[in-house]
Design a protein around this ligand. Sequence first.
Ligand SMILES: [Zn+2]
Ligand SMILES: [Zn+2]
Length: 417
Amino acid sequence: MMISFLGAMSCVGASGILVESKGTRLVLDYGTKPRETPPKFPLPVENPTAVLLSHAHLDHSGALPILTKKYSTPVYSLDINKELVELLLEDSIKVSREEGYELPFSSFDVERTVKNFVDVRYNKKIKIGNFDVTFFDAGHIPGSSMIFLESEKTNLLYTGDFNVNSTRLIEGCEKDLPKVKNLIIESTYSDRDHPERVREEKEMVRIVDETVSNGEPVLIAAFAVGRSQEVLLILYSYGINYPVYLDGMAKKATTIINKYKNLLRDENSFEEALDFVTFVEPKNRKKLIKQPCVIITTSGMLNGGPVTYYLKKLHKREKSSLILTGWQIENTPGRILLETGKFIDGKEEFEVKMNVNRLDFSAHAGRKELFNFIEKLNPDKIFCIHGDHTQEFAEELRNKGFEAFAPIANNRVFKIE
Ligand SMILES: [Zn+2]
Ligand SMILES: [Zn+2]
């Protein structure tokens, strides 16, 4: 088996890996670096046999139309991803128009990509060319997978993005994995542990209670797929009794996820949580900010989406609150706000007087979990990707006696056996 890395090397974004065996060429994910304008793509790849998609997030799926357009490549993934990918790709086209750059694909190509999806199921081995392929639950977002490849008497596990621990929304990743010889692992949190989840949940509920009892709205910025639904479930399970609204792309994502409830940890509580949330029509936004309530909306890092509308209206109100629900990547408006107290939208700048908080509801394995996961699997070779500190992570693993690499963009081909 031969592996070439096409992206997500020493960084997060533009995931893409080419795995070859006797003429079968499988591409694992083909995403963009969505937070760069214009987005960056993985290295080009010729004549892929198939793409195996770990999950719908754009850093894994955003460049798929480039391949399907040119080669009509089939895309193997769980059925929910067809709809989620369509939603996110269409949105990426919309954003490109708003920001004035052109993507190398159109809505027509997105449609074609979606038509090329081939549904797979967890834990069911399928044959693609010279490979046996099994998708395992990755516990990251609904429909996320780890991908296990077997060929030529060796094997490879690609974790995609994964979470070991269960969240309110979904169970943690598959624990009963086969003996893995070669491991490609995401390293997003290789340098830090997550705070205790319950503490973060309680803090969110405390902020919400305090703000609402002051008669003010709480704005919760969250990613559309996964995080918005997680936040909703937390609020629901703590039994809050004031109006909760969902706005932006999170609405459509929630509707899609609701169609695939079998992927969730608890179908009933998701349905119940949906009963107590109201989807916001854009024309009603003005009314919401006049009342004590919770508004969950996109984007998670404040770069676009209805959250920018609400922030511009609320930024002067000292008693209202903003909660950021995840890591804020450098140079995003979310990160800049945390560092400077200012919200920047294009050329406009706003002094934010609201009570601003960042909480950690990450859907990735933290440092401790990454090391435990590796020690339990005990693979022969490890490739660290999808992180800002992959070199240090590989170095630490080598110090523990593992054969570990952190590929860089030098077109090196790794032969594994
Ligand atoms: Zn992801
Ligand atoms: Zn990712």
